[in-house]
Design a protein around this ligand. Sequence first.
Ligand SMILES: NC(=O)c1ccc[n+]([C@@H]2O[C@H](COP(=O)([O-])OP(=O)(O)OC[C@H]3O[C@@H](n4cnc5c(N)ncnc54)[C@H](O)[C@@H]3O)[C@@H](O)[C@H]2O)c1
Length: 248
Amino acid sequence: MQLEGKVALVTGAGQGIGASVAQAYAREGARVAVVDMNGEAAARVAAEIVGAGGTAIGIACDVADRAQVEAAAAQVNAAWGRIDILVNNAGITRTAMLNKMTIEQWQQVIGVHLTGAFNCLQAVVGGMIARQYGRIIYVTSAAGVLGTIGQINYSAAKAGILGMTKSTAKELARYNITANAIAPGAATPMTEVIRTDDRFKEKYLDRIPLGRWAEPEEIAPVFLFFASDASAYVTGQILAADGGMTIH
Ligand SMILES: NC(=O)c1ccc[n+]([C@@H]2O[C@H](COP(=O)([O-])OP(=O)(O)OC[C@H]3O[C@@H](n4cnc5c(N)ncnc54)[C@H](O)[C@@H]3O)[C@@H](O)[C@H]2O)c1
C-alpha cells in the first residue's frame, strides 16, 4: 500500500473530489482526517471509510476560520501524532457578473480558497518541518489559467493558488516537503449548472477533447500520485486532470 503509516488531512472531503480522495488515500493505508464545514457529511464519509476497513475521523471545520483550522489540526495530532499529507481541496463558487458581484461574494471565495489554504498550510507545516517530510497538494482550476465569465472571484482565487503552490514548493523543498497543484474537471455538485444547463453544457463539452466530464474517482489517482513516494522528485508543478480542456 502506497500510503501505509501516513496521516492525511483532506479539506472539503464531505463530498465530491475531496471525498473520493479521502477514500482513495484510506484504501492505500493512510489514516485520514475528513475535514468539511458540513460536519454531517464529514462524519458520513469517515464512517464509510471505517466501514470499508480503513481508518478515518470526520471533523467539522470551516477552513476560512483560523481557530477552527488550528483546532482541527490539533485534534488530528492528538489522535495520530502527525500530519504528513495536506490536501487543500475545500472550495466554493459565488457566481455573478463582475459589475454585479457583491463584496461579500468576492470575500467569501477568496476567504475559502486562499485564506483557507493558507490557514491549513500554517497549521500543518511546523510538524512537517520537524519531521523533514510532507506532501502539500493544492487544488486549482482551468478558471485560474483561462478566466471564467461570472467568476472573477473564483478565477482570481485559483490563479492565486498557482502562486501559493510555487512559493510553498520553493520555500519548503529544503525540508523534503513537496507542493503541487491539480486542476481537475469532474462531475460534482460544484459543476452541476454548467453540466446540465442548456445554455452551457454543449459549450463546455466542446472544450473537453475527451468529450466528457470525469467522475471524482477518476481524479483521485492524481491526488494519490502527489501524496505518494512516486512523486518524491516532483514539486511546484500543476497537473490538469481535465480531459484536455486546457490544452493550448
Ligand atoms: N468539479 C470540478 O470540475 C472542479 C474543477 C476545478 C476545480 N475544482 C476544485 O476542486 C475542489 C473540490 O471541488 P468539488 O467539485 O468536489 O466541489 P463540491 O462542491 O462537490 O465539494 C466541496 C466541499 O467543500 C466543502 N467546503 C466548502 N467550503 C468549505 C469551508 N469553508 N471549509 C471546509 N469545507 C468547505 C463543502 O461543504 C463540500 O463538501 C474545489 O477546490 C474546486 O474549486 C473542481
